[in-house]
Design a binder for this molecule. Structure first.
Ligand code: SF4
Length: 243
């Protein structure tokens, strides 16, 4: 099927290595795993970047990890899903590369449903300072679970944040307001070390960015947090240089 072939080629040649040169400087790699085990968020098409073949993933990931230099002592690893969907050889290679290049801080992402596995991951990577990032999107339970369908049943920020150091938020969707976005940022900065604000972009899903909400964000929120070192802001979802 030609379309499938083109799509696979696009996914293979996505930009998978970059450097984040603002705020918390770090290298970032977009690796490939078996695929997001959750896969139900209606706004997301990242989860299409996956492959059931561990060996093929390892070969691709080895190539990407070979570009890591260690220059910032800090590496962010993302994989269009959760770190627990990476094959074991890739996980071992991340360790070896970080050891070899004197990287002490590693960021991983995980869905909330894996939270019970996070302590073991931290033990496995105990020689490193591991930062776990949650795709929370919002603290507003009804919006998160009824509209964004994130699969995070807990409501209390202190419970949600217990296993995580950092969180992603998604802004720019109909129904969000200045007050709701402000509230998310205030709670995010209270319960997490760092947060990342992602603005909804057009993608292959049926969820569309709401330009009015985005212009409220640009005018009222962006100027307040643009220089905050604990807040990353991605106006385009490729602003970290990968994807
Ligand atoms: S958990 Fe993350 S990768 Fe999986 S569908 Fe939701 S947003 Fe996409």
């Amino acid at each position: 099927m030609p379309c499938r072939v083109l799509w696979d080629a696009f996914l293979y040649y996505m930009e998978r290595y970059s450097k984040i040169l603002e705020k918390e400087k770090r290298e970032i790699v977009l690796l490939r795993g078996r695929g997001c085990v959750y896969g139900k968020c209606p706004f997301c098409d990242y989860h299409l970047d996956k492959c059931a073949d561990d060996n093929a993933n390892y070969l691709l990931n080895s190539d990407v990890l070979s570009q890591v230099t260690g220059e910032f002592d800090n590496l962010e690893v993302i994989n269009s899903g959760s770190v627990f969907e990476l094959d074991s050889r890739t996980l071992n290679l991340i360790k070896a590369v970080c050891r070899d290049r004197n990287i002490s801080t590693i960021h991983f992402e995980s869905h909330y449903l894996y939270k019970e596995k996070i302590p073991a991951l931290r033990r496995d990577f105990s020689e490193f300072n591991v930062k776990m990032k949650l795709g929370l999107e919002t603290f507003d339970w009804a919006f998160r679970e009824k509209v964004l369908k994130k699969g995070i049943p807990d409501r209390r920020p202190e419970i949600i944040s217990r296993c995580f150091d950092e969180a992603n938020f998604l802004f720019g969707i109909s129904g969000q307001t200045l007050a709701s976005m402000e509230q998310d940022i205030i709670l995010g900065l209270t319960y997490f070390e760092r947060i990342c604000l992602n603005i909804m972009c057009e993608n292959s899903t049926s969820v569309r960015p709401d330009e009015e909400v985005i212009s409220v964000f640009r005018e009222k929120i962006y100027p307040k947090y643009a220089e905050n070192n604990r807040v990353d802001i991605l106006i385009e979802n490729t602003d970290f240089g990968v994807g």
